[in-house]
Design a protein. Structure first.
Length: 289
């Protein structure tokens, strides 16, 4: 399969992008810059230093300055996206193969060893095949620092549900390396995300404290992506024509959250009311990447 959510790609310019979603245009990959070469970067791979960029605004600003040709209007999604032409990809970082390399590596760095132990426990407790698991992020690309987190990936809906269930059980046991975020941890997370959320801290805690896919493992932050396998997705690029209606603030009742653990996630909703912004047609579903 081609690059999908959880993969990273490196362009011929030496920029490392993280891939978004499972649906991509022909001969292109929807991905956003994550690690960029920088003389003052705190991460090093070989002789090159890297800096990590976070917010969507920062990523678009970087592209506008350095690689404006990668910002394109996508007629299917009716919005501007970063799309990397396949012919401009120098290297593809596959999370499953990345984990295979960790398992075969004779001597691991401390963070690599911690990540591998995390995945060993999940594989054993969930009883899923190794080829459904991967490692993403800075460990996959080799640009991690001492403070980097652990980014496991699980592929396939059934495998995702098994790992999620096992993870919930592990978080309820006191003497395991998996720990839920403390209130202090959530405050740090809230401060980090404050530019991207309109929630107050109380609502943020109520929502984020329920999420098993993020927390601490052996004192390291972990964030697990649960991704359906491409063959489980019926949609192909162009099957659905999206129309950009702008931003809106709504109130709604979540009727079905069975797809909530996946990336991208989907919530079926009812009784939706537009509070601010574009007056949309009846809203039945919310999807988030």
């Amino acid at each position: 399969m081609g690059p999908v959510e959880g993969y990273l790609i490196e362009s011929v310019e030496g920029i490392i992008f993280d891939v978004k979603g499972l649906v991509h245009p022909p001969a292109k990959v929807i991905a956003f810059p994550r690690f960029i070469p920088s003389l003052d970067g705190l991460r090093r791979r070989g002789d090159i230093r890297y800096r990590k960029i976070y917010s969507i605004k920062e990523r678009f600003d970087f592209l506008a300055e350095r690689l404006p040709e990668y910002i394109v209007y996508d007629p299917v999604f009716d919005t501007k996206l970063c799309e990397v032409p396949v012919k401009r990809i120098k290297q593809i970082y596959n999370p499953v193969k990345g984990l295979e390399r960790l398992r075969e590596k004779p001597k691991l760095e401390d963070l690599e060893a911690t990540a591998l132990e995390c995945l060993k426990i999940l594989q054993k407790e969930a009883n899923v095949p190794w080829n459904s698991l991967g490692i993403s992020g800075s460990i996959l690309t080799g640009v991690y620092s001492e403070g980097s987190d652990i980014d496991p990936v699980v592929y396939g809906a059934e495998n995702c549900l098994k790992v999620h269930s096992a993870l919930r059980k592990l978080l309820e046991i006191e003497d395991t390396p998996f720990k839920p975020y403390s209130l202090e941890d959530l405050r740090v997370l809230f401060d980090f995300r404050s530019k991207d959320t309109q929630m107050d801290f109380r609502d943020f805690v109520a929502v984020e404290s329920r999420k098993a896919f993020q927390g601490k493992f052996m004192e390291k932050d972990y964030f697990i992506r649960f991704v359906k396998a491409p063959e489980e997705i019926a949609e192909q690029y162009g099957d659905i024509q999206y129309r950009n209606m702008g931003y809106a603030k709504i109130e709604a009742v979540v009727a079905d959250a069975s797809e909530a653990i996946f990336t991208p996630c989907i919530y079926k909703i009812e009784d939706a009311k537009v509070i601010e912004g574009a007056k949309l047609q009846p809203i039945k579903e919310i999807s988030s990447f």
